[in-house]
Ligand binder design. Structure first.
Ligand code: ADP
Ligand code: MG
Ligand code: ZN
Length: 479
């Protein structure tokens, strides 16, 4: 029997607000344990939560960017459970009435476009963190750090529309690009700012009834999501083929073994005894507010990607790479504004600039070569002042010293030689010194041509105009 996997993702992203969702404590990462706490986030009886307006703004933006409708009215609910990192005994979340509903994202896998439904987006608070053993001044045993308690999260829940691990990763990357693009989440997966629960089931191919799902908790890299889903699909198929049944449960992925293992039986919504939080009034968002948020949205990545193709004529692949992040896309457009050869700009950003960034572990935001200076360099190439090869040397020097390309070319005497007389003189010398090869060429061994090009370029220290060298060499060698 053949099986069809079915996957739905729940993504948690931590919002980049300065303060927490229901109190004024700082959300800064890495502070002394429990130094960023107050009666509200410590869950003291009698303290009252006050909603952070910025969180609502960010949630509206996320909803608009993922084609959701924004609820006029939404309600915070208490999700009751006990755990030492949750002092109140409940998490404030949204349940029946979330802030955003019914959106979608388009993904592409192997050139095929597919629309993935988004069921809902809701706001909630994060829990604290348990710290075990010899860390943070703790000598033994376990401690609880409540700095993270009450930091704002969005949970973005997809429809079970995904059918393979590749589709799941494409969806996750698309979502990651959007929330970082909007500037509402730093997207740092290692620190857990963007993490995903993957729900996986399998059903006989052709069936319309979904199988029982297992939920793999808190997977925090694209690679692990792919591995975890693939392992889980195969585990469920093997189980069914051996006559077993999949049970609904929560599982954990272990990156070391590449396997998932059972963590606990899956709790149902009713286990949490959800009820509206009496400390928080229903949130009402009027049309004006949505309109304002809409006006503040930047051009979205998919739109920009499409526009780069139509407006600048770059390839689909280039457009995708160039819009991997908003900063990179803006760098590209700024550079094109100074130098209209978009293809050249694109090639340089995807080539030299990316290489230099990777080599030095820098991001585009901190790129020492500014768009304007890169444009100046490309102008020197396009005007024939320097060759593409020399330009790479100049670029490295720009990167190191921060100097203008024109100044580097002048200082180091790198101007391209396009004077036929000077090049011919070099050619004559080289032909005189390599009579044997001249005979070979004239005898029909055309491969020797490359040898002559190399010699001339070397003699000119790379500065001879390559097109001219080819032309003149050909004429001279033909005799
Ligand atoms: P819970 O919090 O109980 O996990 P949610 O409704 O928040 O429930 O999330 C359920 C997730 O599981 C959604 O992403 C949904 O698309 C997915 N899902 C539901 N049924 C299946 C199924 N049979 N197979 C795979 N994924 C599923
Ligand atoms: Mg879940
Ligand atoms: Zn607080």
């Amino acid at each position: 029997m053949k099986f069809q996997p079915v996957i739905g993702l729940e993504v948690h992203c931590q919002l980049k607000t300065d303060s927490k969702i229901f109190c004024g404590c700082s959300t800064k990462f890495g502070a002394e344990p429990n130094s960023q706490t107050c009666p509200v986030c410590l869950g003291m009886p009698g303290s009252l939560p006050v909603l952070n307006r910025k969180v609502v703004e960010f949630a509206i933006k996320a909803g608009l960017a993922t084609n959701c409708s924004i609820s006029h009215r939404s309600v915070f609910a208490r999700k009751n459970y006990f755990y030492p990192d949750l002092p109140k005994g409940y998490q404030i979340s949204q349940f029946e009435e979330p802030i955003c509903r019914k959106g979608w994202l388009d993904i592409q896998v192997d050139g095929i476009e597919k629309r993935i439904g988004i069921t809902r987006i809701h706001m909630e608070e994060d829990a604290g963190k348990l710290v075990h053993g010899d860390v943070a001044g703790l000598e033994e045993g376990s401690g609880v750090d409540l700095n993270r308690a009450c930091t704002p999260l969005l949970e973005i829940v997809s429809e079970p529309d995904l059918r393979s691990s590749d589709e799941a990763v494409a969806y996750l990357k698309q979502l990651h690009r959007i929330v970082t693009w909007l500037g509402i989440c730093d997207g740092n997966m290692e620190e857990g700012s963007f993490r995903c629960d993957a729900n996986v089931s399998v059903m006989p191919l052709g069936s319309e009834t979904f199988g029982t799902r297992a939920e793999i908790k808190n997977v925090n890299s694209f690679k692990f999501v792919k591995q975890a889903i693939e392992y889980e699909i195969q585990r469920q198929i093997d189980l069914i083929e051996d006559g077993g049944t999949v049970v609904q449960e929560t599982r954990l992925f272990d990156p070391n073994s590449g396997r998932t293992r059972s963590m606990r039986g899956k709790e149902e919504a009713h286990d949490y005894r959800y009820f509206p939080d009496p400390d928080l009034v229903p949130l009402v968002i009027d049309a004006d507010w949505v309109q304002r948020a809409h006006g503040e949205l930047p051009e979205l990545p998919e739109h920009k990607q499409q526009r780069f193709i139509t407006e600048y004529g770059v390839t689909g692949y280039d457009a995708e790479v160039l819009t991997a992040s908003r900063s990179l896309a803006e760098y590209f457009e700024e550079c094109v504004a100074f130098h209209h050869n978009a293809k050249a700009v694109s090639n340089w950003i995807m080539g030299e600039v990316t290489r230099a960034l990777n080599d030095s572990g820098t991001t585009i935001d901190a790129c020492p070569v500014l768009p304007k200076t890169l444009a100046d360099l490309l102008k020197l190439i396009d005007s024939g002042a320097i060759s593409g090869k020399i330009a790479k040397t100049v670029f490295d020097e720009m990167w190191r010293s921060g100097k203008e390309p024109g100044a580097i070319v002048e200082e180091q005497g790198l101007l391209q030689v396009s004077d036929s007389g000077a090049i011919e003189a070099i050619i004559d010398e080289i032909m005189a010194a390599n009579q044997g090869q001249v005979e070979e060429y004239r005898g029909g061994k055309e491969k020797v041509f490359g040898f002559f090009v190399g010699q001339v370029m070397k003699a000119s220290k790379g500065k001879a105009n390559p097109a001219l060298v080819n032309e003149l060499l050909l004429a001279r060698l033909k005799g």
